[in-house]
Design a protein around this ligand. Sequence first.
Ligand code: FEO
Length: 395
Amino acid sequence: MNTTLCENIDWVGRVDWSVRDFHSYDAEHGVTYNAYLVRDEQTALVDAVRAPYADELLRKVAALCDPASVRYVVCNHAELDHAGALPEVLRALPGVTLVCNKRCAEALAGHFDTSSWKQRIVKPGDTLPLGRRSLRFLDTPMVHWPESMFTYVPEEKLLFSMDAFGQHYASAERFDDQTPLAAVLEEAKTYYANIIMPYGKAVKTCLERLAGWEIATIAPSHGVIWRTHVAEILAAYRDWADCRPKAKVLVIFDTMWESTARMAEAILDGADLPGVQRKLLHVRRVNLTRIAAEVLDAAAVAFGSAMLHGGMMPMAAAALTHLENLRPKGKAAFAFGSYGWGRGGPEGVDERLRNLDWQILREPLRAKYRPSDEVLDECRAAGRMLAEKALESCR
Ligand code: FEO
């Protein structure tokens, strides 16, 4: 495996091929935890890995240099997928100094006994000379946690971007030009939707701050390293930070005895206009992680549920809770669903959609027991309205 980013800067992380559940994120292509070793007159390890992989990280460091020569360990982010191995790493590297910002030091002290750790607190714009190269620091609060930070090597135009620009994508290759671009971009989008989307404003601030920086390589803390398609991932982040919609209609639903499913298909049929992409997502067939990724760039959403025990169906509620937490912006939407005798299915969905602050196009579309031909016609008309809205929002 080629792990070299440039002379004396190497990836020393862990490829976690088998993980599928990353704190409820459905990581269908596995995960990597990226750490990087910058060898110079003074050597620095940038970030670490999850606690169980500390030994592997230390073995990779020892294969490249004398561990006693590592002078600094930079912690860009205190979340345990990166910081979990720090106690063991700091124990194994005698004399090393942990470099992080003040908030990160506080977060680490909330996780570990850091009283014996030698620490250097850095502020935005601080530079740490290593010899031929240096490290410059930029705080990026809420991309992804309050203490999040980027580390930049100006001499190599190399940005260690922590979670930003990352993907949950395990591969034997480390670089964007060695892996299928479409698949990696799709995983970057899924990662953005599920991890970064609530912090779009912070992402925009971060992109503005990076605007004057020369960046040849972006080395995130998950997935492949961007060295050939840097412009593409930066452009994608600009779009995602704005939740910029495509002419895309989603019909998301759960169903009990197929009545809501029939309504969903009629809505999808009605949305069949030239230039409109359409997708039907059954919430018990498509996982929440993928649903969030689809919603990110959709312009319009019909969301349906049958009524169950006076409310909506459980997985419909779970999907709406996930979306409420992720706060995708600017969609046009309406609720639909079937019922037998009580209210709470489509009406409950309608209430939750309004919480999302989306544009609600109509009152909930309802069918008593089975959708009649009239109701199915109404579904097709509502689908067409969604498609027209989707086209309009992209003009
Ligand atoms: Fe990959 Fe926010 O940690």
